[in-house]
Design a protein around this ligand. Structure first.
Ligand code: 13P
Length: 335
């Protein structure tokens, strides 16, 4: 029997659990490995991800699902066990990044359009057969002088909506990720500009999801928080929480079961503190949790450093961050 999309979506944002974004493309994981002076071979990528997925305590208690890159969905651990089986054995759901990247958008300098719609339905059927129960597509919006343009918002929003409809038709829960970048260039915009742009983007995305006949109860939103540009002043934790909740309440229908934030270049602790502040003190219609990449992995990656003898320490580092974010998802994290 096929599981209902609504039930999978609820499981993805279950109380005190969230998603591990481990779907770095081959180019992005190379950048992460460069930071620890490790060559990005298929074996190194496997060893690193095996360390994370075999962190049993973290996976069972705090990680409802893992977003994988295509290579990993079909990859096996060193002992031959498929990664998908390891994730499922921990009670977690395998998911898959299905876009093929944000490419420069024609006639829109410094703006991007995400590609990957052609043949997507067939790929989704294949991923479902391999065990994926949810997917991710990331659209990227940049802030700058005269940016974002309406053209880039509309094009990215329509792609997200088309992707989401195709996922649901293939019995896969779509994570809809329109990311307003904090760490792009010039990165000097303030928190209010981020709020204004994010509100515009989310309003457009939900209008397009409606037009595409997407079932809101069977999807998860993955937005950025409302935050200053990376090179601007830093708003307080309370201000980030208040402005993020305000924008989300103005734009996200309560039929959406959950919102799982990206960390987007925030430090691990900032991402935890912001999430916890939103979950304590606000009356919210949706579950608010994490779908962090860097904020869950950074310390684990550095602790591991590519060395077999550091696997247990790397797993402890990952488990610690996951535990802190789990507390934050319940509004219980304290510095
Ligand atoms: P970060 O949390 O590192 O932003 O990654 C999340 C993600 O999936 C971006 O697409």
């Amino acid at each position: 029997m096929t599981e209902r999309l609504e039930d999978i979506a609820i499981k993805m944002v279950a109380d005190g659990k969230g998603l591990l974004a481990a779907d770095e493309s081959t180019g992005t994981i190379k950048k992460r490995f460069d930071s620890i002076n490790l060559e990005s071979t298929e074996t190194a990528r496997r060893d690193y991800r095996e360390m994370l997925f075999r962190s049993d305590d973290a996976m069972k208690k705090y990680i409802s699902g893992v977003i994988l890159y295509e290579e990993t969905l079909f990859q096996r651990a060193a002992d031959g066990t498929p990664f998908v089986d390891i994730i499922k054995a921990a009670g977690s759901l395998p998911g898959i990044k299905v876009d093929i990247g944000a490419k420069p958008m024609a006639f829109h300098p410094h703006e991007f359009i995400t590609e990957g719609l052609d043949g997507l339905y067939e790929r989704l059927r294949k991923y479902h057969e391999a065990g994926a129960r949810f997917a991710k597509w990331r659209g990227v919006i940049t802030i700058g002088e005269q940016r974002p343009s309406w053209g880039s918002i509309k094009a990215n929003s329509q792609s997200l909506a088309r992707y989401a409809a195709l996922c649901q038709q293939a019995d896969i829960v779509p994570i809809v990720e329109p990311e307003v970048l904090m760490d792009g260039e010039p990165g000097t915009h303030d928190i209010d500009r981020c709020a204004e742009v994010t509100q515009w983007v989310l309003q457009t995305v939900f209008a397009d999801l409606f037009d595409a006949r997407v079932n809101l109860e069977g999807m998860i939103l993955k937005p950025n928080m409302i935050i200053d540009g990376k090179k601007a002043r830093k708003a307080s934790v309370e201000e980030v929480a208040e402005k993020t909740v305000k924008v989300l309440k103005a734009t996200v229908p309560s039929a959406v079961p959950g919102i799982a934030f990206l960390s987007g270049g925030q430090s691990s602790e900032e991402a935890t503190a912001h999430l916890s502040a939103m979950n304590s003190g606000y009356d919210l219609p949706w579950s608010l949790t994490y779908s962090y990449g860097r904020a869950l992995q950074d310390t684990a990656l550095k602790t591991w450093g590519g060395k077999q003898e550091n696997v247990a320490a790397g797993q402890r580092a990952f488990t610690h961050r996951a535990a802190m974010n789990s507390l934050a998802a319940k509004g219980n994290w304290k510095q």
